[in-house]
Design a protein around this ligand. Structure first.
Ligand code: PMP
Length: 351
């Protein structure tokens, strides 16, 4: 603690991401994709002329934004890119949510949202999840200076359909509704098609999960021109070059390969469902998931102890030490072999 830190920084409890182990473990703790990125990404890296790194990147990242605009059937001016969706989210909080009224969010959601609120001095109010662990859309419409939730939600895995979210947007028109679609490609329904009808809808996405590029740090937002212009203003007052040239080139290469993308996400979904069924036969309660992870708990075994037992067997999952989630473990979907090792370990631990 230092007297030189601002009051917000002194109060801050920074988000602690899952461990990045140095030893070789089966790593199922941070929702990375177990499959490599599209082969074109490797080619783009090989072909990249190192001499180009003398120059600043295109501050507008136009080729990448155009590729995203084509992919999502929107205009170039409706796309914003940043250094991971975490950065895009941080900029969105600064741009839209510093209002007199509180930002509304579900009580259980991506834990970075309250961290940003504290850092930027944004007041917020949380609303309890529904009895099926779903984001309570009907309760996110009260007096607010913005609304944010992940869809599908993390770490619970449940996702709402587009029509349900359109219902929320019909009731909230004076503030920005931010839908974080980090996991949408694993069975969720994207609300990007709604941006043409709702000027206050901002959708964020990432290359970290379904594109297997967490190490690249590439995220984006799609919304009305008005919202994107706001983000550009804040970005340009902060760092005009958030996306480096290599990320621009490799991001474009990743988007170009639809069949690799489809094949990997299908594999993840199939493995998820198989794992889900097997865990249920071992007595776990497994929440339905439209993501690349499962949130599970076992009536007879302590989640903290199971976490330690798995760690001893070389398997890393996520155990959140919060009141609401203490009984649960979040397990990212790995390859079939990795999930078989996990299931074997659970068989040994839960007998
Ligand atoms: N949103 C949610 C809901 C997430 O779980 C994550 C990843 N932890 C992110 C955003 C950030 O992803 P990235 O910065 O890698 O794009």
């Amino acid at each position: 603690m230092s007297k030189f830190w601002s009051p917000e920084v002194r109060e801050l409890t920074p988000y602690v991401p899952g461990e990045q182990p140095r030893e070789r473990l089966i790593k199922l703790n941070t929702n990375e994709n177990p499959y490599p990125p599209a082969p074109g990404v490797e080619q783009a890296l090989r072909d990249y002329p190192a001499d180009h790194l003398r120059l600043y990147p295109d501050p507008d990242a136009t080729v990448l934004r155009q590729a995203l605009a084509t992919e999502h059937d929107v205009e170039l001016e409706q796309v914003f890119v940043g250094n991971g969706s975490d950065e895009v989210l941080a900029l969105a909080f600064q741009t839209f949510f510093r209002q007199q009224r509180p930002l509304l969010m579900p009580a259980i959601t991506y834990s970075f949202y309250p961290v940003y609120c504290r850092l930027y001095g944004i007041t917020y109010r949380t609303v309890a999840l529904g009895d099926q662990w779903q984001v309570p859309l009907e309760s996110l419409t009260g007096e607010n200076g913005g609304v944010i939730f992940a869809n599908p939600n993390a770490p619970t895995g449940h996702g709402h359909g587009r029509d349900a979210i359109a219902g929320l947007l019909d009731r909230v028109s004076d503030s920005v509704v931010l839908v974080d679609e980090a996991y949408v490609d694993f069975g969720g329904e994207s609300v990007v098609p709604l941006v043409r009808h709702y000027p206050n809808l901002l959708v964020t996405g990432t290359f970290s999960k379904s594109r297997s590029l967490a190490g690249l740090r590439l995220g984006y937002a799609i919304g009305s021109r008005e919202l994107i212009e706001g983000l550009e203003r804040v970005k340009n007052s902060f760092n005009s070059y958030p996306i480096d040239s290599i990320a621009i080139a490799t991001g474009v290469a990743a988007l170009a390969d639809r069949s690799h993308f489809e094949a990997c996400r299908e594999k993840v979904i199939t493995t998820r469902e198989r794992t889900r069924q097997h865990l249920a036969t071992l007595g776990f309660e497994v929440l339905p998931s439209q993501t690349n992870f499962l949130l599970v708990r076992h009536e007879d075994y302590d989640a903290g102890q199971l976490f330690v037992g798995l760690r001893e067997r070389g398997i890393l999952v996520r155990h959140f030490n919060t009141e609401a989630l203490r009984d649960f473990m979040r397990i990212s979907i790995g390859t079939d072999d990795e999930m078989d090792s996990l299931l074997e370990a659970f068989e040994a631990l839960c007998r």
